[in-house]
Design a protein around this ligand. Structure first.
Ligand SMILES: *Cc1c(COP(=O)(O)O)cnc(C)c1O
Length: 495
């Protein structure tokens, strides 16, 4: 299986290992496989009899053909084990006849990024080994909260790698901030950026595109790579849980084999929902993909008008991992549907003017599968409360945004298909907001909000969040966009 940049075929083709090593293409594009492999109903049938780890190894093998099958099996077996995912890798919880939740937050950082970031460092490490790479990979991460911590956990003390994380200083929750500030490991750096997530992401992208920085790093035996969802190594493990959830729904009798389901995904950078689209393209029986946004509803507008316009106010919400105005992985969808040239034109317009517009025909192709809705803050709080009251099921604000979108979708369409809502974070990661949504008052201390939430609801705090206030803070430094490159060089070349 070979890979190409979304923007031009000039440097094609490259292998999966090379794509994962580089993270982003030299022309600024993202890597995509040159064909999408097929998944038949018969194969799905077989996967239904297997463990999550075996399902993962099989599906990864379809895309990562240059990795030995044995290695994939071993790595997936170790990563998706009950030691790392005590609640199961990706359990499906059925709350009524129609509504199902896919819980992706049983990993070490209590958010769905673990699903990919526990395996991705191993994929990168395998690629370095098998391509005879001697340099150190420096992983640069811009995070709106969850990616940073999950990447730090995945990469800490992984040989031949260093990891540096930038997060927006006021754009993450107190728990998220503390999770990152207390990160252990000898190859890690964490910095607060005075700016929002898009500033952090643009800063990282600019460093990737800066030849002078690359050369200076190379002189020190370092090259840049990425753990953001622009890296193909992040996306392919995310396909797995859609297939796995489908299998589990067949197994528990929620659906018949081959029956279509709708999937609703709380969306920021468009990585998670794009993985669902890939699963559908491969052959998984998915009807509609519901793209759920918070008040940063650039995607809702895009999916209804065909105009992507990031020139708008940025809102800080209680679902910070979706406070994003540039959804990077949308580029991959454009490429898959409309090819290199059209994608490059749209991305140029986005960079120069902050917007681009699709034609009517292009939009209608996208609308065959995707529909977008957004949920504002008030409705997010209401849905957290109602879901608890109605089902005794506690959800975090990101998941609530998705339930809000699904609610509007069902009203509009009256569909009969079963619905899978992707639950992307433990409610305890956002305990203050969840508590306030349920009981109408915000706990004074955000760090003990979890204990209060647990007492009131009789639900359990996930182990990785239970002792957070007791850990040692290691990272308190702040910087601004103008000094990011300097900080990267200092960390990369220092000892
Ligand atoms: C990252 C994240 C999202 C958004 O996922 P994308 O792949 O960026 O669309 C949603 N919810 C949570 C909790 C997240 O951490």
């Amino acid at each position: 299986m070979n890979y190409t940049s979304t923007r031009s075929p000039a440097n094609d083709p490259i292998s999966a290992q090379e794509a994962i090593k580089r993270g982003i293409a030299p022309d600024g594009g993202l890597y995509m496989p040159m064909q999408i492999p097929v998944l038949t109903l018969a194969e799905i049938d077989v996967l239904c009899t297997k463990s999550y780890a075996a399902r993962a190894a099989y599906l990864l093998g379809k895309f990562l053909t240059d990795y030995p099958t044995e290695d994939l099996l071993t790595e997936c077996g170790q990563v998706y084990s009950s030691a790392r995912f005590p609640g199961g890798a990706a359990p499906v919880v059925r709350v009524d006849d129609t509504l199902h939740f896919l819980e992706l937050w049983h990993g070490p950082t209590a958010a769905f990024k673990d699903m990919a970031l526990q395996i991705m460092p191993r994929l990168l490490s395998g690629a370095l080994r098998q391509t005879g790479e001697e340099r150190t990979a420096l992983i640069l991460v811009a995070t709106s909260g969850d990616t940073g911590k999950a990447a730090l956990e995945g990469f800490k003390d992984v040989k031949q790698t260093k990891i540096q994380v930038f997060y927006p200083v006021d754009g993450v929750s107190p728990v998220q901030k503390l999770q990152m500030a207390t990160q252990t490991g000898d190859n890690v750096s964490v910095m607060a950026l005075r700016g929002n997530f898009d500033d952090a992401q643009s800063g990282v992208k600019n460093i990737f595109g800066d030849d002078a920085i690359r050369e200076e790093l190379a002189a020190h035996g370092v090259f840049l790579s990425s753990a953001n969802s622009i890296n193909w190594g992040r996306l392919v493990p995310q396909i797995v849980y859609y297939v796995s959830a489908y299998c589990d729904m067949v197994k528990n009798g929620s659906i018949g084999a081959g029956e279509q389901i709708d999937v609703c995904v709380p969306t920021g950078n468009f990585g998670n929902i794009f993985a669902a689209y890939l699963a559908k393209t491969m052959g998984l029986p998915i009807g509609r993909l519901i793209c759920a946004s918070n008040t940063n509803n650039v995607l809702t507008d895009f999916l209804s008008t065909g105009v992507y316009d990031r020139n708008r106010a940025f809102h800080t919400t209680m679902s910070p991992s979706m406070d994003i105005l540039i959804s990077s992985n949308l580029e991959r969808l454009l490429f898959l549907l409309f090819g290199h040239e059209r994608t490059a034109a749209c991305m140029n317009a986005l960079k120069k003017m902050g917007c681009y517009a699709l034609s009517r025909d292009e939009l209608s192709i996208i609308q065959k599968t995707f529909v977008g809705y957004f949920t504002d803050e008030e409705n997010t709080a209401r849905i957290i409360r109602e879901t608890w009251e109605k089902y005794g099921y506690l959800i975090d604000p990101h998941t609530a945004v998705a339930v809000g979108a699904a609610e509007q979708y069902e009203k509009d369409r009256g569909t009969k298909r079963k619905l899978l809502v992707v639950s992307t974070a433990s409610p305890y990661k956002f305990a203050s907001d969840v508590y306030a949504s349920l009981y109408g008052e915000t706990p004074k201390d955000p760090l003990t909000a979890g204990e209060r939430l647990s007492e009131k609801t009789g639900t359990e705090i996930p182990a990785p969040l239970a002792d957070i206030a007791k850990r040692t803070v290691r990272f308190t430094q702040e910087t601004d966009a103008a000094h990011m490159a300097e900080e990267v060089l200092r960390f990369a070349t220092g000892d």
